[in-house]
Write a new protein. Sequence first.
Length: 338
Amino acid sequence: MTERPVPRDAAGWAAKVTVLAGGVGGAKLAHGFSLLPEVDLSVVVNTGDDLELHGLAISPDVDTVLYTLAGLANPETGWGLRDETWSAHAMLERYGAPTWFRLGDRDIATHLVRTSRLAAGATPTDVTRELAASLGIRARLLPMADRPVRTRVRTSAGWLEFQAWFVARQHADDALEVRFDGAADARPTDAVLDAVRSADVIAIAPSNPFVSIGTILALPGMAAALLDATAPVVAVSPIVAGAALKGPADRMFESLGGESSALGVARHYAGRYPGLVDGLAIDVADRSLADRIEDLGIAVLVAPTVMRDDGDRARLARDLLDFAGRLTPGTGRASGIR
Ligand code: FO1
């Protein structure tokens, strides 16, 4: 069993951590890593939820990570900005324009800048780097791809655009199938591949495994890059005590086949991406599932995984660093974990 030298303080070198993230759960974990002084952080963000509305290019998960790392996120919703005002929204309502996807005044500024920079020929990677720099973010924030990928969900009402299902219909209909339009023609950006290759630790956030992480892993070459990476890959279960921390992941496990539990998460990753996840962090509430997860060849960390405040976020990030330090990639083995 090789002990990998993941540093615990700023004395020597920085630990290069790459987080695969969706929206709120991904942003919280990324924020936890950003609070650790020894971490050099890259965040690969799902762009399958992107949409165009009012002529604006909106990238919800990128913006959620952006605002969270900048300390600007709305603490109630997790998405959007704190201290937001809604004058533009009220005017849109008066004009009879679509208001099902709520855009705050300050948030609209982000979409205006993104839209005009894209129209001027910048890539999503360029724009995100510029936005992050303007907000004083040190981490590398990386959209998963520069070409458009659009998640679609099939329900009993037919195929729906992701946000039409998620927001307009409040994900009330069961997801029967998921597809990622454009994924086959997209690829992870060079910056994403570099972040995977050069990482000391790769963390899969407690984001939806189907429509956040699944989108990133659907990009040609992405799963292979993770399998080739020298870093251990540790995931955090988004299911705690059988329920999703946020959003419809629990119901999706049932409607798409599987089980809404931390064991279901482990089976999902082990079944669809064999050998990709070396370790899974599960909540203390799910301790009893640890042995059955380890039987799948995935090492287990039992830890508090619900991130209620900054302290929880940083503690989970540190626990994951320690956990990863005890893992040898590709073996699913860890020592002295529980
Ligand atoms: N989520 C909602 O439930 N309702 C909204 O009106 C809404 C608006 C919105 C605007 C900007 C943005 O960046 C995110 C927004 N979200 C909204 C969140 C978003 O739809 C989802 O949480 C993610 O796409 C899933 O990760």
